[in-house]
Ligand binder design. Structure first.
Ligand code: AMP
Ligand code: GLY
Length: 422
């Protein structure tokens, strides 16, 4: 099978490694890719959010399967354009990707499907006088901590969770369309589900670390680290989420005539009242994918192709490596507020280093930083402490001036400090 992979971040590097390792994948093209992906795929340039351009490239490289990594192309309708050419595509239609593209749409689907989630008020224009009044009413009804979400795509950075009411009001006013919601207390879980719209195959549950600072302090980021599986997860968690969240959501989208085929990312809080959905995404999470796919033994290309062709029910059960995986992200100085770029990176050409915001300098081919989250170290081990030590050892071999990484990824789980609220 000939595969075209769209995207160029850490998630796509992890997907590329999985696809390249699948004996059924005879050629892999990535667009735009990155210097890490270049080791396992032919790179092509494409405007990833241009449906016609991606569809034309898929035809040109005679792809049997297109895999779309990031959300922006999905929301822009790239999967629809590829399928219109008769090419199988892993990734939902624009209509189904609204599950990620609009928080208000996601809430509407969840309400209709009876899916447990935070109570929420969508507000059409928080900058207008009437909207501002609705914002303060909603904030005061729910109380602190306040949760204020930009309605549209914001790469994980449009959400503010704060005890500071003035900061919550200010963020809402800056967003325009906004959702104010009830705070959900409890550890977070990312559950990835491969689906063809009807059949649903869960991957190992993972946890990611959204805040920039150790001890979950500072602003939200795209994700600073991850690990899988979750030693503290209650038995039956995955089955419960399939029954209460995934299948009702897929059924509601089928009922609306917009079946969701691709990767349904369920972001959950395990509250005292049970699992509650924090968010849906329409694609693999980053950096959880780096950890989850490091443990997947089943060939990735065959799995994604089955989802893209509506044959997932006939796919054999997934096989997983024993043990754990940990991913630690290295970010530039100033991230997430800003990203210092153009610094030389050394020590990154090793297995387990997953590239994201890296590029080759035109003048001399040196590896340089070009994005906030530059790369990550992903390692597996017989258990979580071993995987964690190996991931940090990998990252400690990388040199990038002014870079920052959290030192506490998976630490609370290793120390048995992740508890479910009672
Ligand atoms: P989202 O983009 O919706 O995933 O939000 C980003 C992060 O904000 C989540 O991973 C949570 O850490 C936090 N968050 C979002 N919504 C809530 C909520 N209702 N209660 C508690 N934390 C939340
Ligand atoms: N790890 C969070 C995300 O991919 O949205």
């Amino acid at each position: 099978m000939r595969v075209l992979l769209i995207g160029g971040g850490g998630r796509e590097h992890a997907l590329a490694l999985g696809l390249a390792a699948d004996p059924a994948v005879e050629s892999l093209v990535a667009a735009p890719g990155n210097p890490g992906i270049a080791a396992v795929a032919e790179l092509r340039d494409v405007a990833a959010t241009d449906p016609a351009a991606v569809a034309a490239l898929a035809v040109e490289v005679a792809a049997d399967l297109v895999v779309i990594g990031p959300e922006a192309p999905l929301v822009a309708g790239v999967a629809d354009a590829v399928r219109a050419k008769g090419i199988a595509c892993f990734g939902p239609s624009a209509a189904a990707a609204r599950l990620e593209g609009s928080k208000a749409f996601a809430k509407d689907v969840m309400t209709a499907a009876g899916v447990p989630t935070a109570r929420a008020y969508p507000i059409a224009d928080a900058a207008a006088a009437e909207g501002a009044a609705e914002v303060t009413r909603a904030l005061d009804e729910f109380g602190a901590p306040y949760v204020v979400k930009d309605d549209g795509l914001a790469a994980g950075k449009g959400v503010v969770v704060t005890d500071d009411r003035a900061a919550a009001v200010a963020h809402a006013a800056g967003c325009g369309r906004v959702v104010i919601e009830e705070y959900l207390a409890g550890p977070e879980v990312s559950l990835f589900v491969v689906t063809d719209g009807e059949a649903a195959v869960p991957l190992l549950p993972a946890q990611d670390f959204k805040r920039i600072g150790d001890g979950d302090t500072g602003p939200n980021t795209g994700g600073m680290g991850a690990y899988a599986p979750l030693p503290w997860a209650p038995p039956g968690l995955v089955d419960e989420v399939l029954a209460t969240v995934v299948h009702p959501t897929l059924a509601e989208l089928r009922r609306r005539g917009n079946p969701f085929a691709g990767l349904l990312y369920v972001g959950l809080a395990l509250t005292a009242a049970g699992p509650r959905v924090i968010e849906f995404n329409a694609r693999f999470g980053d950096p959880e994918t780096q950890s989850v796919l490091a443990l997947l033994e089943t060939p990735l290309g065959g799995l994604l192709h089955a989802a893209a062709t509506g044959t997932l029910a006939a796919h054999p059960p997934l096989r997983w490596r024993a043990g754990s995986a940990v991913t630690v992200v290295l970010a530039t100085a100033g991230y997430p507020a800003s990203a210092r770029t153009g610094d030389v990176i050394t020590g990154a050409d090793r297995p387990g280093i997953i590239h994201a915001g890296t590029a080759r300098r035109a003048t001399d081919g040196a590896l340089i930083s070009v994005g906030g989250r530059v790369l990550s170290g992903t390692a597996t081990g017989p258990d979580l402490p071993a995987a964690r030590a190996a991931a940090y050892a990998l990252l400690d071999g990388v040199d990038l001036a002014g870079s920052q990484a959290r030192r506490d990824i998976a630490l609370a789980a290793v120390e048995g400090r992740v508890g479910l609220p009672s």
